[in-house]
Design a protein around this ligand. Structure first.
Ligand SMILES: CC(C)(COP(=O)(O)OP(=O)(O)OC[C@H]1O[C@@H](n2cnc3c(N)ncnc32)[C@H](O)[C@@H]1OP(=O)(O)O)[C@@H](O)C(=O)NCCC(=O)NCCS
Length: 179
């Protein structure tokens, strides 16, 4: 049954965590987005809809598509202003949003994806979401670990058609019950 949520309110909040500022992602972030993620083809290969090559224009298009109604994607900044990646949720189906994220290579292994994820889940909860889902490509151990740390549970494999990632692919589906 469809859940009652406020998931379609515009994303205009700024969230803070002990080490991060989460600001609503905008197309003005596209140059920094493309500069940080664009050279990292291994990371792009783990992201279902990320264009490759990731030019500033392509990054702006990706951002545009994910920050309309129902989209709650954030640019992540350190206290010194460094842009380190994105995290967010959107595309709700029956009140259940999908969760996605990436962290620039230089900033990985420091707990930032998990820290940002906790803030995103709290935001989703405040908007009324009681469940969230995510998908990982095979072998993405770091992302599986992030999801596990956040409380997601693997639910088995799904087949998805992702043209930018080669067509039909098998991924692991994860879901979170938001307490
Ligand atoms: C997945 C990703 C966002 C993780 O970001 P991060 O800030 O390094 O994540 P965290 O530091 O919060 O947690 C990473 C965890 O994965 C673990 N990890 C990292 N590489 C791993 C590997 N190869 N095998 C097993 N575990 C691994 C880390 O040890 C850590 O777990 P721990 O806290 O128990 O030690 C980052 O690697 C990334 O951007 N990858 C490319 C894009 C991507 O895959 N996005 C997700 C798509 S589903």
């Amino acid at each position: 049954m469809r859940q009652q949520t406020d998931l379609y309110v515009p994303n205009d909040v700024r969230l803070t965590t002990p080490r991060l500022l989460l600001a609503p992602l905008r197309t003005t972030h596209a140059p920094a987005f493309a500069a940080l993620l664009g050279p990292d083809q291994a990371a792009i290969a783990m992201l279902s809809h990320m264009p490759d090559p990731l030019t500033p224009k392509a990054a702006a298009e990706w951002i545009e598509l994910r920050t309309g109604p129902g989209g709650h994607v954030f640019a992540l900044f350190l206290a010194d202003g460094s842009f380190i990646g994105t995290s967010g949720f959107g595309g709700p189906r029956d009140g259940v949003p999908g969760f996605g994220y990436w962290i620039g290579a230089a900033y990985r292994g420091l707990g930032y994806a998990t820290e940002a994820g906790e803030a995103c889940i709290a935001r989703a909860r405040s908007l009324g979401a009681r469940q969230m889902v995510a998908e990982t490509f095979p072998g993405n151990r770091a992302s599986e670990r992030v999801l596990a740390k956040l409380g997601f549970v693997p639910q088995g494999q799904v087949e998805r058609h992702y043209p930018l990632r080669g067509g039909w692919r098998r991924l692991m589906f994860h879901s979170l019950t938001i307490a």
